[in-house]
Design a protein. Sequence first.
Length: 126
Amino acid sequence: MKPFAFALLAATALGAAAFTQQTVVASSGKPTFGTFGMDEAGMDKTVAPGDSFYNYANGNWAKTTPIPSDKSNYGAFNLLADLSESRTRGILEKAAVDPNSKIGTAYATYLDTGSIEAKGLTPIKP
């Protein structure tokens, strides 16, 4: 078979395969990761948006959300970062107690600062 004819045949076969009916998996329709959307509880609807859009959009959040003592500022992205950090820490700590978990062993080794300090630079010396 000539190379051009083979390429044409392969392209036709791939093109036909690309347009075949795909099976769609039905979902329950409920979100599995929590609620989504904008948090209207953080808005201060007593302020007119034209007077101060920042206070309209963030007024209640700014009034009711304390800034943690170890931070200079705090917002929604800081809140998400803290949540992600605590969830990651929970996963790692759960894995650290499993003797068959490689990531748990690595994390437990990372936390063993006494052993790390005692060895000093010896492990990386040539």
